[in-house]
Design a protein around this ligand. Structure first.
Ligand SMILES: Nc1ncnc2c1ncn2[C@@H]1O[C@H](COP(=O)(O)OP(=O)(O)OP(=O)(O)O)[C@@H](O)[C@H]1O
Ligand SMILES: [Mg+2]
Length: 332
């Protein structure tokens, strides 16, 4: 199982009971989590959940109010300079000088961090290769596409070979294809040994990229774990049903030994089952038929990250469906 892969590794980000308020409004409400060296860790959460606030505290841009936070072994309050030297950052909003060229952006950043000229030049070449911007090296950033700008920002964040790269919604506003390419770049960066902390509100992104995920909603972490662990908390399979009498059907089915939980939906309901759904399905059909209940729709699927998100935040999705889900219950 993938979740044991990094268990032995040392912790590179540690956060305990972190809180942050803007005036009376508690944007981050006592979160605790840790990130292990070498992993890709995601904060998954809807708009306004508190992701950027938490990230801004970790990158020492926002003063910590309450709780503890260390990055690369350094306390964000006591050793902010050491933290900054250990990290690279890609902000949620594009922060490139429009009139500088791709090369100049990277060159300037290297100078800022006192990299010697030869090392600078080599690193820029490496990074242009990594994010496939070599052909655009002399282009002004205002003439780059959104995806290219993002890639350039990632390259800039990596100039100093940071231990941890923070990516705040790296793929926001990019088309699905470009987003998937971006995942490849991020994986490439991670393979170079950089720990990745990213925030996203795309379920599929967190699912595909991360070793571990924390779902954050209204300033609180609602669940943490590997993608497999999160999905598994919903049961082994989900059976979506619509019948001509859903209430009666739920009453009959909820006590079946293999049924872990029942969630009513707009037009039907979902059975969360602990066993192989293909074995449970015939039993369900029998029970309903014997009770004279007519089944209108049946749909069996594995829990997806969308299901996890809806289950733990109680929110329906706001973004476009991720497209990788083979079957989507009609009445979610
Ligand atoms: N400088 C600020 N002053 C007042 N309120 C703020 C400030 N920054 C953020 N907030 C509020 O704190 C909450 C959390 O904001 P934050 O930017 O951390 O969310 P987020 O999870 O990053 O959302 P998004 O996905 O939209 O980027 C929101 O309700 C936001 O309006
Ligand atoms: Mg944000």
């Amino acid at each position: 199982m993938p979740e044991t892969q990094h268990n032995h590794r040392e912790i590179i980000i540690n956060v305990e009971n972190l809180e942050h308020s803007y005036g009376n409004f508690k944007a981050v409400d006592g979160i605790s989590f840790s990130v292990k060296k070498g992993e890709i860790f995601s904060f998954l959460g809807p708009n306004g959940a508190g992701k950027s606030t938490a990230i801004n505290i970790l990158i020492t841009l926002l003063a910590k109010q309450k709780g503890d936070a260390t990055v690369a072994g350094y306390d964000v309050t006591k050793d902010p300079q050491k933290v900054r030297e250990s990290i690279g950052i890609v902000f949620q909003d594009i922060t490139l000088d429009r009139d500088m060229t791709v090369w100049e952006i990277l060159e300037f950043h290297g100078r800022l961090y006192n990299m010697p000229p030869e090392q600078r030049r080599k690193r820029i070449e490496e990074l242009l290769d990594l994010v496939e911007l070599g052909a655009k090296r002399n282009e002004r950033t205002k003439n780059l596409s959104g995806g290219m700008k993002r890639r350039l920002e990632i390259a800039r964040g990596l100039m100093t070979r940071p231990k941890v790269l923070f990516l705040d919604e790296p793929t926001i506003g990019l088309d699905p294809q470009t987003r998937m390419r971006m995942w490849d770049y991020i994986k490439g960066v991670n393979n170079e040994g950089t720990t990745i902390f990213l925030t996203t509100h795309y379920m599929d992104e967190a699912d595909q990229l991360s070793d571990r995920i924390s779902i954050i909603d209204q300033g609180k972490i609602v669940i943490s774990g590997t993608s497999w662990e999160l999905k598994n908390t919903l049961g082994r399979d989900l059976i979506y049903l619509e019948t001509n009498d859903n209430n009666a059907a739920i009453r009959l089915l909820q006590d079946l030994p293999s049924v872990r939980d029942v969630k009513p939906k707009r037009k039907g309901f979902v059975l969360m089952v602990n066993e192989d759904g293909t074995k449970v399905l015939p039993v369900v059909i029998d029970v309903l038929r014997n009770a004279g209940i007519e089944t209108l729709t049946i749909n069996l699927k594995k829990p997806s990250m969308d299901d996890v998100f809806v289950f733990y935040t109680g929110k329906e999705l706001r973004d476009e469906p991720s497209g990788k889900i083979p079957m989507r219950p009609g009445g979610r």
